[in-house]
Structure formats: C-alpha cells, structure tokens
Design a binder for this molecule. Structure first.
Ligand code: GDP
Ligand code: CA
Length: 309
C-alpha cells in the first residue's frame, strides 16, 4: 500500500513514527512543509524536514521535544559571545546538518536532492519530499504587525494573535519533483496532526499540490491536532478559535474543505457533535504519548481509509 502524508514538524513526525510501524516505510512518501525555513548565520535551516529526519531515524530529543538528542550548544555560545545572531536555537550537531545542506544548495543542488542525500546518509527508509523547491514562506498578520513565521514563533514566542496568514511565493511555486506523483499514486493520503495554518496551509497553498488532492480518487484522512479543543503544544487552538471561529472537529475539518474524506478526532472531542464536511469521523485516543500510542493512531487513520475506499 502506497501512502502519501502531508506533514509539519514535531506533531507530524511523531505521527509518522507511528505510521512506520503500520505500513512498509519504503511505501511512504512524506510531503514536508518548508515555509518555516530560515537562513540563520548563513545556514539554511529546514526545521520541519529536520524534525522528521531526526524523529524517524532515532535522533530526536524526546525530553526537549525538538531538535537532536545528545545535543550541545557550544557553537551558539560562541556566536552569542561574539555578538552574533543567537535567538534561533541551533545545537552543534544540528549545525552539522545545516552546514551540509547549505553547501549542497550553494553548489546548485535542489532542496529535494539535498534532502534525499541527507536522508540516505541518516538511514531514513521513507521518502521525504519538500513540498516545493521554490521559496515559499509563511508570514502572519497580527495586531502588532506582520512578521515572518520564525520572528513570530520563536523571537516573539507566538504571543501575538494571528488575524491572517500569507504564503508569499506560493502562487508561483511548483510542487517539488515527485510530490504530485506521490499523491497521484497513493492508495491513501493522510494529513498528519500538524498545525493546519502554519504547517499544512503552506503545503496546500502550492497550487499543484492542492489540485492533486482535489482530484484524488483515493481517500484522504486528516488527524486532528487538537485534543479536547486544545493543542497538545503550540498555537493551533488559538489560531483556530480566531481564524475558524472555534476549536471543534468541524472547525478543524473546515481548514481542509473539499480535500478530506475523514477526520480522526480524540474521544474528548466526540461530545461536540457530528463533524460537518467529512464523510466519516473516527473517534479514538489521539495523544501520542509513546510510539505504541502513535502506532495505534496511525493504524486507525489507515483503517479509516479502507472503510472509505
Ligand atoms: P511543528 O511544525 O514542529 O510545529 O509541528 P506540527 O505542525 O507538525 O505539529 C504541531 C501540532 O501537533 C500541534 O498543533 C499539536 O497540537 C499537535 N500534536 C502534538 N502532539 C500531538 C499528539 O500527541 N496528538 C495529537 N492529536 N496532536 C498532537
Ligand atoms: Ca513547523
């Protein structure tokens, strides 16, 4: 069974790790968000792709919840000492990856190709595809002004409410090589429990990717990132409340109107009534407290696709 998964960073990666226990990893194509990418200290950082790479190859720091395990911070300490830009947290081991990626990109290799080489070196079994090789970035409009994603998320600690999102570059962006084929050839399409606005939104803003989902002939199943109307981590609940008008499963489904057939929701959200905008609702435990919980959640999503097919 071929599976295509649209994914952001940490939430998506946890789900994907579970999925690897349910389907053959070699048959999984991951379409990763690149609109959080940033150039810091001359290095090209792709936070969401890296969260996936680290998590799926056993290199993620589970306690901190992001980044690499066994990380040290000496390079960044040195940067701070020298008065350099140190607000964006880059660990020493992480920097090693960014050095290699940056060098590849500078030599003319595409992000898709650079990601493939890094993934192979790290031993990733699934196929990790950036959504696009073109520069698409997320900007948020807030009462305090319009900010780039990382300025808002990291530097300002996502404290500003978001009134609107912009994905400059998206209208002109092409899907990266392999992305449309992966979606077209999938037996099931999954949307990971990632932030609909800042992780999945920019992927769907690429016209060719949205079109591929719209013309799908196989089920597309999304997993809600909210439990009891609350995000497990991050600003997804506040964003949904302000931008979609609420945090029920119907509000989550409204982010993917016309693009999904089923939504997997948590037991804690069942009471908010029938979910509008999908053919099927799957109710289960969606907290991925460990790998086994993530595997059960992934199995529920894949199973739902069978019922719809
Ligand atoms: P980011 O790019 O690193 O911010 O990560 P994602 O966008 O992929 O994931 C962030 C989302 O994952 C948040 O909205 C969380 O609510 C959601 N999330 C994290 N852990 C869990 C979990 O165990 N279960 C569910 N359902 N959602 C989760
Ligand atoms: Ca992200």
């Amino acid at each position: 069974m071929n599976v295509a998964v649209l994914s952001g960073g940490v939430g998506g990666a946890r789900f994907l790790r579970g999925l690897m226990g349910v389907v053959e990893p070699g048959n999984v194509s991951i379409v990763g968000n690149v609109a959080d990418d940033i150039e810091v200290l001359g290095l090209r950082v792709s936070p969401d792709l890296d969260s996936i790479l680290y998590t799926l190859t056993g290199r993620s720091d589970e306690e901190r919840g992001w980044g690499r395990s066994g990380e040290t911070w000496q390079a960044l300490e040195s940067v701070a000492e020298l008065g350099g830009e140190s607000w964006f947290r880059l660990g020493d081991r992480d920097i090693g990856l960014h050095l290699v990626r940056t060098e590849l990109l500078r030599s003319g290799v595409t992000l898709t190709e650079a990601t493939e080489r890094i993934a192979r070196a790290l031993g990733l079994e699934a196929r990790l595809l950036p959504a696009t090789d073109d520069p698409v970035r997320t900007f948020v409009e807030t009462p305090a002004g319009t900010f780039s994603f990382q300025t808002w998320f990291v530097a300002r600690g996502h404290r500003d409410e978001v009134d609107a999102l912009h994905y400059p570059g998206a209208p002109a962006a092409a899907a990266a090589p392999g992305v449309v084929e992966a979606i077209d050839e999938a037996d099931v399409i999954l949307i990971a429990p990632s932030n609909p606005y800042v992780s999945i939104g920019p992927i769907l803003a690429v016209g060719e990717i949205r079109a591929a989902l719209e013309r799908r002939s196989v089920p597309c199943v999304a997993i809600s990132p909210l439990i009891g109307g609350r995000a497990v981590k991050g600003p997804a609940d506040r964003m949904l409340a302000r931008l979609a008008g609420g945090t029920t499963p119907t509000h989550v489904a409204s982010c993917y109107e016309g693009l999904i057939d089923a939504l997997v929701i948590d037991e804690l959200d069942e009471a908010s009534g029938p979910v509008r905008g999908v053919k099927q609702t799957v109710v289960t435990k969606t907290l991925m407290s460990d790998e086994s919980a993530a595997r059960k959640l992934a199995a529920a999503a894949v199973h739902a696709s069978g019922a719809l097919a």
